[in-house]
Design a protein around this ligand. Structure first.
Ligand SMILES: Nc1ncnc2c1ncn2[C@@H]1O[C@H](COP(=O)(O)OP(=O)(O)OP(=O)(O)O)[C@@H](O)[C@H]1O
Ligand SMILES: [Mg+2]
Length: 214
């Protein structure tokens, strides 16, 4: 499903990813593990087609992911429906005027009917327990509320592959427990999950295997 072959990536000549080889099969849950600055977020951006390898190849479902392919509007739309990304910092993910619009954006882009979009928005608001935030501007929410909104906005797209960067950060204990359970449900439903975490408990509970960055 995801095949990284000899991937190297540098920021301004400073190497961050050094010859990464990683293969992730359908339904697998893989934890990216490593110190601050070891390149976990960089690798997740690459897997999401936001940045591209300088050396090596990234294959996604038998397609080689290149800047040219991702500029193809039709393919990139398909790609972003297949794989959802919950960013480490929700501020870079959220851009709509209200939580409700944020949740509707993905399924609208997918061309779903208005009633299907509404149904998905209602389900996600309820599941995340954020009905009360519906008309609020994401920008002014608390850190944990933003995180929940970000997760809900991916949920409404129902992607096959979930990628999450430090999913438990900024959450209170109760929400951490809830999210761990939610991710286990996704796993049980056969989703492929790639996440970064410093939380050894989450890794132990959720991951089939751990990929060490350094
Ligand atoms: N846009 C950028 N420009 C320049 N350097 C960057 C950029 N983004 C990340 N870096 C650097 O690349 C290295 C890897 O960063 P990255 O965010 O991938 O690490 P990480 O493993 O996710 O760390 P953390 O555990 O703190 O989230 C760091 O040294 C960081 O300073
Ligand atoms: Mg990071």
């Amino acid at each position: 499903m995801i095949e990284l072959k000899g991937i190297c990536y540098a920021y301004d000549g400073n190497p961050v990813l050094r010859s990464i080889n990683l293969s992730i099969g359908k339904g697998e849950t893989v934890a990216l593990y490593g110190a601050n600055g070891s390149g976990k977020s960089t690798l997740l951006k690459l897997i999401n087609g936001i940045i591209f390898p300088e050396v090596g190849e990234y294959w996604f479902e038998n397609e080689k992911i290149t800047p040219k392919l991702m500029r193809d509007h039709k393919y990139s739309k398909y790609f972003h429906q297949r794989i959802g990304f919950v960013w480490q910092n929700p501020d870079v993910q959220l851009f709509c005027g209200s939580v409700e619009e944020e949740l509707a954006f993905g399924p609208e882009q997918m061309g779903l009917s208005e009633s299907e979009v509404n149904q998905r928005v209602e389900d996600a608001l309820k599941l995340l327990g954020i009905e009360k935030l519906r008309y609020r501007a994401p920008y002014y929410l608390s850190g944990g509320e933003k995180k929940k909104t970000a997760i809900a906005s991916i949920l409404t797209m129902n992607p096959t592959i979930w990628t999450l960067d430090e999913p438990l950060s900024a959450l209170d204990e109760q929400t951490k427990t809830w999210l761990t359970g939610f991710l286990l449900e996704l796993k049980k439903a056969g989703k492929t999950i790639v996440f970064s975490s410093h939380d050894s408990n989450l890794i132990k509970t959720l991951a089939d295997r751990r990929f060490d960055m350094n």
